[in-house]
Design a protein. Structure first.
Length: 348
């Protein structure tokens, strides 16, 4: 496959992976900043370069485009990519409106090409470990789910300023949806905290924090999700917890620690059954990757002086994209309506 990578800020992290992937014949890199394009191209000796998405889409030899550009560009660029008859992978979120989600899905249907939202949270060591525990039946029935994504976005590029927290919530929502094996159907969400006035203007969003309670399909499971972008003193965390009748997986409070697994014991005659607690280390799963790129689960950061935090946390980033994205969009709608219940449309 011949792949084009669009956006070389965060996207530069993927260049060496594509260059070593056994099924990638050629990589084209693209960025609107000539200096960035030259620096990345020269560092990795990438000969095929482009200055714009339009230039990429005009090249018939390119099979697929990986979009790692700013959030406001995702929907338009995905639709253009699919419209040009090329496969499309896009960093999160898929879009920030239900109308744009529908437009992307329609473009995908017309093109017959593959669209993938590159949701990294469902490829972390922790997610893969918990999925195996679930498949073994360790949890019994899932009784409750919790997700969170805390990140301070001060001094990030301008498009982040005042972004509604739930518009960038897929890292917290996706693990819950995929582990439960069902989409979210309704949500009640509240905004929280006070944000300085200049951050209201770009998106009309007054909330630095949003916390939501989702109902999952089938009705017997609820999930709580919290997302923050500004004015919250909390270290960077992308977390999920699974509460089962027989066992629970709970994300650690401090990222440098290990997560916890609680196991319910047999009744011993006392009030309440005994519960054991164990710190666990999620194993590296490089074994499930092609041999040529296994090392990138542990190394390969493009800029060692300023590595992207999610790359470090996931060791290289260790359901449906539309359903996952729509849940966050509807949560923000609920927050703007003072917690009014909002039904989440299905895109299956």
């Amino acid at each position: 496959m011949r792949v084009a990578l669009i956006g070389l800020g965060f996207g530069a992290e993927f260049v060496p992976i594509y260059l070593h992937h056994p099924e990638v014949e050629e990589l084209t890199i693209c960025d609107g900043d000539p200096a960035v394009l030259a620096a990345v191209g020269d560092r990795f000796a990438v000969a095929s370069r482009a200055a714009s998405l339009e230039e990429v889409l005009a090249r018939a030899e390119i099979d697929a485009v990986h979009i790692t550009t700013p959030i406001p560009l995702h929907a338009r660029q995905a639709i253009a990519t699919l419209g040009a008859g090329k496969h499309c992978a896009c960093t999160v979120p898929m879009a920030t409106s239900l109308a744009d989600i529908r437009a992307i899905l329609e473009a995908q249907r017309r093109s017959g090409r593959t669209y993938m939202m590159m949701e990294t949270a469902v490829y972390t060591r922790e997610f893969l470990m918990v999925r195996e525990m679930l498949r073994r039946g360790d949890f019994g029935r899932i009784q409750f789910l919790r997700g969170a994504h805390y990140q301070d976005m001060e001094n990030w590029p301008p498009y982040w300023r005042g972004l509604p927290p739930m518009h960038y919530s897929t890292h917290a929502i996706a693990p819950l949806v995929l582990l439960a094996g069902r989409r979210m159907t309704e949500v009640t969400c509240f905004g929280s905290g006070i944000m300085r006035s200049e951050l209201h203007e770009p998106y009309g969003n007054p909330f630095p924090v949003e916390t939501a309670l989702f109902r999952l399909e089938g009705g017997e499971i609820a999930a709580e999700v919290t997302r923050s972008l500004f004015h919250l003193s909390k270290a960077y965390t992308e977390a999920f917890c699974v509460y089962g009748e027989n066992a629970t997986f709970e994300w650690q409070q401090i990222e440098e620690e290990e997560p916890l697994v609680f196991r319910m014991g047999e009744p011993d005659g006392s009030r309440g059954r005994p519960i054991s607690t164990q710190r666990v280390r999620a194993p590296d799963r490089a074994d499930i990757l092609p041999e040529q790129i296994r090392r990138f689960t542990r190394s390969g950061v493009y800029d060692e002086s300023d590595p992207h935090r999610s790359f470090l946390q996931g060791g290289g980033h260790g359901g449906s994209a539309a359903d996952i994205t729509a849940a966050g969009i509807c949560a923000h709608e609920s927050a703007m309506k003072a917690g009014e219940r909002v039904e989440i449309p299905s895109f299956q």
